[in-house]
Design a binder for this molecule. Structure first.
Ligand code: ADP
Ligand code: 5GP
Length: 216
């Protein structure tokens, strides 16, 4: 097979594969809202439901928002290598299950991961073709208003989350794109465009050049 044929073959294979899209950003910037909107509008988008040891919030549903498990169950999953990445965030464990993620991308679906910056960094290491998007609020004042208006967190928790802001932003240097979530409609449209453009990026060359790609 000559090089042109190889390029075309890998390009076509790449087009058929789903993408891993990591959405990170400070608490209250709108990650959950954005993911829900993207899924509502796009039939081939799915949400990666993480496992967590944190308490269920009012209105959250087990299996839809998170799988709520005990610390013992979570540690067992790490041992059994069932998580593709995990991290301790605000004193609770959070992790992305491996099986649904692989099933999604292999069946051509784009999978959205609402995870923190440590998780994003690990995903990029194992899946270089993943797209890392960092969401910023329009201002600090708006961010505070959004967290308070959501009215889901206790005051102590809000303080911890705001304290973590600097650290999250500093670690966002590994991210591919930054989007300010001011107008929701525009934010979602911009993210859809980023994902579309990424269908045509040079990642398919990774296979041809035999660069290290995570094997499963
Ligand atoms: P995160 O998942 O990042 O913690 P949420 O999606 O829960 O944030 O959003 C926090 C609050 O801000 C929610 O009440 C949500 O309705 C609101 N919100 C999200 N995006 C916007 C936006 N673009 N404009 C106004 N309010 C928004
Ligand atoms: P919350 O408790 O507000 O739902 O989430 C707290 C933080 O944990 C958010 O920054 C969220 O993106 C992150 N998070 C949720 N699930 C995962 C996960 O599976 N892995 C990692 N690394 N972070 C997660």
């Amino acid at each position: 097979m000559n090089l042109l044929q190889k390029y075309i073959l890998e390009y076509k294979k790449n087009l058929k594969k789903g993408r891993i899209i990591v959405i990170s950003g400070p608490s209250g910037c709108g990650k959950t809202t954005i993911c829900k909107e993207l899924i509502k509008r796009n039939k081939n988008f799915v949400f990666s439901v993480s496992y967590t040891t944190r308490q269920k919030r009012k209105g959250e549903v087990n299996g839809r928002d998170y799988f709520f498990v005990s610390e013992q169950e979570f540690l067992k999953m790490i041992k059994q290598k069932k998580l593709v990445e995990w991290a301790k965030v605000y004193n609770n464990y959070y992790g992305t299950p491996k099986k649904p993620l692989l099933e999604a991308i292999n069946s051509g679906k784009n999978i959205l991961l609402d995870i923190d910056v440590q998780g994003g960094k690990n995903i990029k290491k194992f899946f270089p073709e993943s797209i890392l998007i960092f969401i910023l609020p329009p201002s600090f004042t708006v961010l505070k208003q959004r967290i308070i208006s959501r009215a889901k967190d206790k005051l102590e928790e809000i303080k911890i989350r705001l304290k973590n802001l600097e650290k999250e932003i500093k670690n966002s240097k590994y991210y591919d794109y930054f989007v300010i979530n001011d107008n929701l409609e525009e934010t979602v449209k911009n993210i859809e465009l980023i994902i579309l453009a990424n269908k045509f990026n040079k990642n398919f060359l990774l296979k041809i050049n035999k660069n290290k790609v995570f094997k499963h």
